[in-house]
Design a protein around this ligand. Structure first.
Ligand code: ZN
Length: 158
């Protein structure tokens, strides 16, 4: 188990050091910014949709290792997928990260994104990992206002 955890750590560190698809697109069909005020993570996401397929995707921004690695993994996993498949993946990752202590998730549903499963044990980092996914979800649903991890869920937003 600890070996497995080390391996996941390695993958996350590698994506943080060399984020995939870390670039702005020249003519994206949708762009959206996301912000996680709790940690200060910021992402600008560009997506090129063609016939309901994510043809290209890129991101820029700054943030902690988890947010950057998660964004990198996210872009890699949804590129070439249909929007419906990307949304299903968003739901699966959301479930995996918010499953709570001892909660179960289906590794088949998340595929390579299982490397992020350990983040569920660190509640303060879950929003770091979810930021890029919330931003993608907003972009696919035509949102124009920047996504914040502090709005929508919970009450008490100012
Ligand atoms: Zn963060």
């Amino acid at each position: 188990m600890s070996d497995l955890r080390d391996l996941y750590q390695e993958v996350i560190l590698d994506h943080n050091r060399k984020p995939r698809n870390f670039r702005r697109l020249e003519a994206p069909t949708c762009s959206l910014d996301g912000h996680n005020p709790l940690c200060g993570d910021r992402i600008s996401l560009d997506v090129t949709l063609e016939d309901g397929v994510i043809k290209d995707i890129g991101f820029a921004g700054s943030g902690c290792a988890i947010s950057k690695a998660s964004a990198s993994l996210m872009t890699e996993s949804v590129k070439g997928k249909r929007t419906g498949e990307a949304e299903a993946l968003f739901e699966a990752v959301h479930q995996m990260l918010l499953r709570g202590p001892g909660g179960q998730f289906d590794p088949d549903e998340v595929g390579d994104l299982e490397v992020l499963a350990g983040v569920a044990e660190y509640p303060t980092r879950i929003k770091c990992a979810m930021l890029s996914w919330h931003t993608l979800n907003g972009a696919l649903h035509g949102a124009h206002d920047a996504v914040s991890t502090e709005t929508g869920d919970e009450s008490g937003g100012s």
